[in-house]
Unconditional design. Structure first.
Length: 322
């Protein structure tokens, strides 16, 4: 099958009328082939400081304009415009986390109403899979995040989610049950039997072009699997330690700091560490060594703290444990 003309449509969904009667809208992007096929739905910037996904979606649409063979790619590239404009994680007016407000409520809070508009539109397209693009700490590697299994009734969608995650080219990390939130976009979709997963694409706040390329390549892995574009060469594979590729890793953020001081790291994102390895040292203002953090399990360093300051209970390093 050769690529046929692709219909590209840009539009908006109204989400809010301000007190000055100004309108706030969500941009919506759609690329549709003349040949029927599956729907891939992309979402980004639920958290306004996580901007990389916007650029990934923009670049994906530039490429599929001439490459899409069948089906449709639909995207909300900017789900939280007020947060984006103020570099805020939350929706500014209500200080709510949009990604803790799904599936939404048309008569609920501001975040719940926006979530309802997004969720309803996604569900109505009957997507084969939804990829929700996020960003992590400023020092972090890309990885795919899978929600924990919470409902046996959605086993089919969950199995498909695991299969799609394995195709992203990234290491796969299972969100721990104690961290999982049932009102995220992906969890809410899986509950109604729509496969969905998160791609954490490296640092927040800025557009990191290397991570943008990784994100594009990962999405094209999925497009090829769905036979929506031609296969070309070897699929994308993020350069991670081989030991992490054949299994789903477990998200882990300990040891925590137990004292206050300045952190000096001995590891970097992407490192494979063995249990007992010295990860970081903490010193007081006079340079006295107060504490050494050591690995509690074998695992991959997913990211390290954005800050040099330690305080009791602070997260310093996060891992994907074997």
């Amino acid at each position: 099958m050769n690529a046929q003309p692709v219909k590209i449509k840009y539009s908006f969904l109204k989400i809010l009328t301000g007190s000055d009667l100004s309108r706030r809208r969500l941009p919506l992007m759609q690329a549709e082939s003349v040949n029927p096929g599956p729907v891939l739905f992309l979402t980004a910037c639920a958290h306004g400081d996580e901007v990389g996904g916007i650029a990934v979606i923009q670049e994906v649409f530039k490429q599929i304009r001439t490459q899409l063979l069948r089906g449709s790619v639909i995207a909300f590239p900017l789900m939280n415009p007020t947060g984006f404009e103020t570099t805020s994680r939350s929706i500014v007016m209500s200080e709510e986390d949009l990604n803790r407000s799904f599936p939404g409520n048309p008569r609920g809070t501001l975040a719940q109403r926006i979530a309802d508009i997004i969720f309803t539109h996604i569900v109505n397209t009957r997507p084969a899979v939804v990829l929700d693009l996020h960003n992590d700490w400023s020092r972090s590697i890309p990885y795919a995040v899978i929600d924990p299994m919470t409902d046996p009734g959605c086993a089919e969608a969950y199995d498909k989610t695991l299969r799609f995650a394995s195709m992203t080219g990234f290491i796969n990390v299972l969100e721990p049950e104690e961290h999982a939130h049932e009102n995220t976009l992906t969890c809410s979709l899986i509950k109604i039997n729509i496969p969905a997963l998160v791609l954490e694409l490296g640092e927040s706040y800025v557009v990191n072009e290397t991570n943008i390329r990784f994100g594009i390549d990962s999405i094209f892995n999925i497009l090829r699997e769905l036979e929506m574009v031609k296969s070309a060469g070897e699929p994308f594979l993020y350069p991670a330690p081989e030991i992490a590729r054949s299994r789903v890793l477990h998200y882990f953020e300990r040891p925590l700091s137990s004292t206050s001081g300045i952190i000096r790291l001995n590891v970097k994102p992407g490192d494979f560490v063995r249990k007992g390895r010295k990860l970081a040292r903490i010193y007081n203002a006079f340079g006295k060594h107060l504490e050494t953090l050591t690995a509690m399990h074998d695992g991959i360093v997913l990211g390290t703290t954005d800050y040099s300051v330690a305080f009791p209970g602070a997260t310093v390093i996060v891992f994907g444990n074997l």
